[in-house]
Design a protein around this ligand. Structure first.
Ligand SMILES: NC(=O)C[C@H](N)C(=O)O
Length: 362
């Protein structure tokens, strides 16, 4: 049934039948919903040259839009303030909430073109990967952040937000899953990673490259829609919580205690940021076999190296060895394992999801 937009008290605030508030309504423009979570894009500092030491997540969504009113020339914007925190404080329960809301108020609303999520950059790739896996419609989901707080000279947030909305409403962005849009680049959420702790050109997929770019705020996609190899879609309609998954890193002198302590503290799954192509010390490898056999806890073997694959030598459910992460880095592996455990998948299904041959749907 068609969605009716009602004008509220102010001439510039409208509410649709899902209860979303629009800042402006022009029926000739596409509609987009912005889910704001906080981060540097909403960050405020007393110094306009500070790019560290400021408060991430201090400004609300209306302040973000005030900085870039041009957004309202290209779209009708509905805003949902999900949280207002630095991204290290984004939790899996916030992620579940965003995915449910995007599925409900964007995917299921025929008048809504796409979704934008404003987010801190530190854990942005985790949220992007989660939404890529769990939002099941053809509409674009764009995750955007900033490296300079909103109060800085040449803050990157306003232009990034405008570019994110431009991609979210663009028909050429459909059927591409979730994407990160920052610094004039469009990158697949499945592959993107933060490559520099400080600079604006930080989000990259080193091996896979960019899906597209923006020139004068106009998106240009280099190729038609594609799906990352091995990517599966997960239906989390019935999921309310994500089980705990811990990441442990391999290094010289690594102690087995870290593994046993994670297990005894309640981890239901473990990801190893292995050295090289997933290596750990001989001693730690024995401890992993013990944990898999004695505790039935799945272990994913990924890599602490920025790029590359931990290749799959074929998973045998009788063999108590870790499951290789393929091309997924430890943070993305943790998110995927959490989704699989929330869905109560068995170890063979988990292995299938990581080696790209998942035999289950959703
Ligand atoms: N650039 C940023 O957004 C960093 C900030 N600490 C965050 O992730 O919330």
């Amino acid at each position: 049934s068609p969605i009716v937009y009602r004008q509220e008290a102010s001439p510039f605030v409208f509410t649709n039948s899902n209860g979303l508030n629009f800042t402006q309504m022009n029926t000739t423009l596409p509609n987009v919903t912005i889910f704001a979570t906080g981060g540097t894009i909403a960050g405020s500092s007393s110094s306009n040259t500070a790019t560290t030491g400021y408060t991430a997540g201090a400004l609300g969504i209306l302040t973000l839009l005030d900085a870039v009113p041009e957004v309202l020339n290209i779209s009708n914007v509905a805003g949902v303030q999900i949280s207002n925190v630095g991204s290290p404080d984004v939790t899996s329960s916030i992620l579940v909430q965003i995915a449910h809301q995007i599925n409900n108020v964007v995917c299921n609303d025929p008048t809504m073109a796409g979704a934008v999520v404003t987010h801190g950059t530190d854990t942005l790739e985790e949220t992007a990967f989660f939404l890529d896996a769990t939002v099941n419609c053809e509409k674009p989901v764009i995750i955007v952040g900033a490296m300079r707080p909103a109060t800085a000279i040449s803050a990157d947030g306003p232009f990034n937000l405008l570019e994110a909305v431009s991609v979210a409403i663009n028909p050429a962005a459909r059927n591409r899953g979730a994407m990160v849009v920052m610094n004039d680049r469009i990158v697949s959420a499945y592959y993107v990673t933060k490559t520099n702790a400080n600079t604006m050109d930080t989000f990259k997929a080193y091996e896979q490259g960019n899906l597209g770019t923006l020139i004068s705020n106009t998106p240009y996609f280099f190729y038609p829609p594609v799906t990352p190899t091995g990517k599966a879609a997960y239906d989390i309609r019935n999921v309310t919580a994500i089980p705990r998954v811990d990441i442990l890193m391999s290094y010289q002198d690594m102690s087995n205690d870290t593994l046993y302590s994670a297990v005894s503290s309640g981890a239901k799954g473990i990801v190893i940021a292995g050295s090289g192509a997933g290596s750990t010390s001989s001693n730690f490898s024995l401890a992993m076999q013990d944990v898999i056999t004695m505790h039935g806890i799945p272990i994913i073997d990924s890599t602490r190296v920025m790029s590359g694959e931990v290749s799959n030598s074929g998973f045998d459910p009788e063999d108590p060895s870790p499951i290789s992460s393929g091309f997924l880095n430890p943070y993305k592996s943790r998110v995927l394992l959490g989704i699989l455990l929330a869905q109560m998948r068995n170890v063979t299904e988990i292995a299938g999801a990581f080696n790209g041959s998942a035999t289950f749907v959703g």
